[in-house]
Design a protein around this ligand. Structure first.
Ligand SMILES: [Zn+2]
Length: 420
């Protein structure tokens, strides 16, 4: 690792951040400054060695910094070039490993029967007697009631789950600096600028037919796992100390890793609550947790399937060699809903530019299909480190500290498992 280059990179990354802040305030892009930055990035990239097999922390930093700078340069260059955003460009901007896209189809073929069984099991075990109505937040009395409940519930979950995690893993301590609040937005989020974990009222609550408010505990736990344990802790640990600047700041090229990490913690948290009757009691769900847990298993299996099916569908739109009929046929072979293939392709009939490239926002959704966590866990397993006790703290720190590209994330896991 060359300290001078790392510091030089820090200066360039700070200049890139300035571009963003400037553009957000003045809604123009400083083109000349951006071009100068690209020049600086490219010459720094040339001075970094090509590391094939990473074997030390120094080599890890060098190789990861190089990947990061290459990605930053090509993202800005693309922006300045005025070229079309084709499928491959968007995949590179978000650092999505191509093998994870290629594995979507075989995964779907392998898991389709299980997904159908999950639907049957959910249907048989849940006698759904009334509708869970969407909250009409436009009605002041309902809105006030939902806000009050959400303030209390979210605070109680934050305190209780935080205490539980503190006992299970060293990274749990970092939850204390996160504020948990309700939001009326549909999408929950973690804001790293204010350390705020905002959980969406419309996802967590519903209205019963008799007008009373219902709560989806499973969704609240899942969101806490994804946004709090995943994104929240990822940000808190990364800015804590000891990392070079470029690993403390997240960028588009890290997004696929970030989402893989957050999805991992969505699952972990259910296992943790399952093993802790005390936590269940404090959350007031002890009497029904078995049902919540089983629902979560089937629900996760289904949402995994639907998510990957959607990603596979996007990848088909990105393949210019396929015509309309072929896309529909390929989707029909792995769909759950017989209406999905035609519906999806029809819905997106206008989601292309004149060159046949699907829209940027659509292709960027593929960042959710990256599997660096799965591969990193295999690295730990190979070296006898399992996800419990001290091993868990070690893995949690490796997963949550720093913003890595998928390749760097896996290298970091391997070195950590090797005690390097
Ligand atoms: Zn996320």
């Amino acid at each position: 690792m060359n300290e001078v280059i790392v510091l030089e990179a820090e200066k360039l990354l700070k200049r890139i951040e300035k571009l963003g802040r400037f553009e957000s305030k003045y809604t123009v892009f400083p083109y000349k400054e951006a071009a100068n930055i690209v020049g600086g990035l490219n010459s720094l990239v040339e001075s970094l060695p090509d590391v094939r097999n990473v074997n030390s922390r120094g080599e890890l930093v060098d190789s990861e910094l190089k990947r990061r700078l290459v990605a930053e340069a090509s993202r800005i260059e693309q922006r300045l070039s005025g070229r079309h955003y084709d499928f491959d460009t968007v995949i590179d901007i978000h650092g999505i490993p191509r093998k994870d896209i290629e594995e979507l189809r075989p995964w779907l073929e392998l898991n389709r029967d299980d997904a159908f069984e999950s639907i049957e099991r959910l249907f048989k075990t849940n006698d759904v007697e009334s509708y869970e109505l969407q909250l009409p937040l436009d009605v002041p009395s309902i809105r006030r009631r939902a806000q009050e409940n959400a303030e209390d519930d979210i605070q109680r979950y934050h305190t209780t789950l935080g205490k539980m995690l503190k006992q299970l893993t060293e990274v749990g301590d970092f939850l204390r600096d996160i504020h948990a609040v309700p939001t009326e937005q549909d999408r929950s989020y973690f804001s790293p600028l204010t350390n705020t974990l905002a959980l969406g009222i419309p996802n967590i609550y519903y209205l019963n037919e008799d007008g009373s408010l219902g709560i989806r505990e499973r969704e609240l736990i899942r969101l806490y796992g994804h946004e709090g344990m995943g994104h929240g802790l990822n940000h808190m640990l990364s800015k804590s100390d000891g990392l070079p600047y470029f690993l403390r700041k997240s960028s588009a090229v890290n997004e696929s890793t970030l989402e893989s990490v957050a999805q991992f913690y969505e699952r972990v948290i259910f296992g943790d609550v399952k093993d802790s009757p005390e936590t269940q009691r404090k959350l007031d769900i002890g009497h029904k947790f078995d049902g919540i847990y089983q629902d979560a298993q089937d629900g996760n299996r289904l949402s995994d399937y639907e998510a990957r099916l959607g990603q596979y569908a996007i990848s088909l739109l990105g393949n210019k060699d396929l015509d309309y009929d072929t896309r529909v046929r390929l989707l029909s072979e792995v769909t759950l809903d017989p209406n999905f293939p035609l519906g999806f392709v029809e819905y997106h009939k206008d989601s292309f530019d004149t060159q046949g490239n699907p829209k940027y926002s659509l292709v960027s959704e593929l960042r959710y299909c990256a599997q660096p966590v799965k591969r990193a866990l295999e690295e730990f397993e190979k070296r006898g480190v399992s996800y419990e006790g001290e091993g868990r703290s070690l893995i949690d720190k490796a997963f949550l500290k720093g913003f890595w590209t998928p390749d760097g994330f896996i290298d970091n896991a391997r070195l950590t498992a090797e005690g390097k």
